[in-house]
Design a protein. Structure first.
Length: 254
């Protein structure tokens, strides 16, 4: 992915990693469109950052995705990058179905069906661009499970394998597939995570991500140094130790 000269749509980016990344990419010379559910947050972003455009979208709603895609493509025919940022994380207790079923369904709808529906809405357009990118967002927890968030872990493992698979299928097109794999980052994804010492500072994370995108334009996976502990436990042969360390250290992980 080229670091500048793109038109980028980032649904699910009214706060946290999404918004921070949107601002950094805009500063690098890209046209950036932020998408989100809440009109008040979109209005605030438009006021505070007039170079950023906004579109209302609920990635858990297929009709909203279709409507937003039509709006974005009508306004920005040069769109060539889609970042499927939207995601939710829930603490679940799987001892009883009433404790986890509704949460699990919501997580899978947002974290798995959301990106699938977004890609479906934009893929034909992206294939028509001379240089296009789909950036998916998985997690270090796609590779090492956090005990308290089973559905989130599973959703991000699904995104990892989806990314691997569609990259193979789209190899005969102009569309690149890049997977962003965050560690725990200081955002509001879980209660208390914004102040967690275990989590990586947001500014430091986004700075390192942009540096990696700039220095490795052909990278398939964007991995800050901090996520490699989770990403490569099995390959190193210390997977059980990594799982134990993660789950003993802090309940707030991404």
């Amino acid at each position: 992915m080229n670091i500048s000269g793109n038109t980028i749509f980032i649904p699910g980016s009214t706060s946290g990693i999404g918004l921070a990344l949107a601002l950094e990419l805009q500063a690098k010379g890209n046209k950036v469109i932020v998408g989100g559910r809440r009109a008040d947050l979109l209005e605030q972003i438009a006021t505070e950052h007039p170079a950023i455009d906004t579109v209302q979208i609920d990635t858990a709603d297929p009709a909203s995705i279709d409507a937003a895609a039509k709006e974005v493509l009508a306004k920005y025919p040069d769109l060539n990058v889609l970042v499927t940022m939207a995601g939710i994380m829930r603490i679940e207790d799987w001892h009883q179905p009433e404790s986890f079923l509704a949460s699990a369904e919501s997580v899978i709808t947002t974290n798995v069906l959301g990106p699938i529906r977004l890609i479906a809405a934009f893929i034909e357009h992206l294939r028509g661009q001379p240089d296009a990118t789909i950036m998916t967002v998985s997690s270090g927890l796609a590779f090492t499970p956090l005990k308290i968030t089973p559905s989130y872990n599973a959703s991000k493992a699904a995104i990892h394998m989806l990314s691997e698979s569609i990259r193979l299928q789209l190899a005969d097109t102009t569309v690149k597939v890049v997977e962003l794999e965050p560690p725990s980052v200081r955002t509001s994804l879980l209660p208390g995570q914004e102040s967690s010492e275990f989590a990586m500072p947001l500014d430091a994370f986004v700075t390192e991500v942009v540096e990696l995108l700039e220095s490795q334009p052909d990278a398939k996976e964007i991995q800050v140094e901090r996520v490699k502990f989770l990403r490569y436990g099995e390959a190193r042969g210390d997977y059980d130790q990594v799982v134990a360390t993660l789950n003993a250290a802090d309940p707030h992980g991404k």
